[in-house]
Design a protein. Structure first.
Length: 201
């Protein structure tokens, strides 16, 4: 019994630091990328188009857009699509995510940026960021999972408590309940036809 308890304690001692180190590493990675984004937002010497391009370039390595596309469609509806439809949906969905992300960043007005300590949630890691001013506070929760390649990547983002993945999944399911996949793709091709709404717009 003593040997069993000792072995269990040793396992805990070995496992816990690894998880903590991974969470710290994910927070550091997210913080560096977010700070890069904020620096671009503060740079008055570049135009908006250039700024947006630099912002997307900075945050892309954090995200698994393909996984987000699948999760947003849901397993049943994902299987309804053929290979060509999946490829087009993925491209359109990524474009929509980028547009939505940039729209939310347009709300930034030189607020203080706070990146909280990473939180381990089962096999996931959550990193909460706050954009805080005297009159406003915007919270963005980045949810990471460990890919098969061993990378920690974002699979969902909550903006002011609103999950991007869950919101789009609800929208897509509502459309596909009575319409075809092609109808959904047509809506996604139309700029501004589907947006994520939060308390801040």
């Amino acid at each position: 019994m003593r040997l069993l308890i000792s072995s269990f304690i040793m396992i805990l001692m070995l496992v816990t630091p690894v998880a903590a180190n991974e969470a710290d590493a994910v927070r550091k990675m997210a913080s560096e990328r977010i700070n890069t984004v904020i620096n671009h937002l503060r740079d008055q010497a570049i135009d908006k188009e250039t700024r947006n391009s630099l912002v997307i370039k900075a945050i892309k390595p954090l995200f698994d857009f393909s996984q987000m596309a699948k999760l947003s469609m849901g397993k049943t509806n994902w299987l309804r699509m053929n290979k060509a439809q999946r490829a087009e949906f993925n491209d359109l969905f990524v474009k929509r995510l980028e547009e939505s992300y940039l729209e939310k960043l347009d709300l930034y007005n030189d607020e203080e940026v706070i990146v909280e300590e990473a939180e381990s949630v089962k096999t996931r890691i959550h990193v909460l960021t706050r954009l805080v001013s005297d009159s406003n506070k915007i919270e963005m929760l980045y949810k990471f999972y460990k890919s098969r390649g061993g990378q920690w990547l974002v699979y969902d983002v909550e903006i002011m408590g609103v999950s991007i993945v869950q919101t789009y999944r609800s929208q897509f399911a509502g459309i596909l309940e009575n319409q075809s996949v092609e109808d959904l793709l047509k809506k996604l091709r139309q700029a501004g036809s589907m947006k994520i709404e939060t308390d801040n717009g």
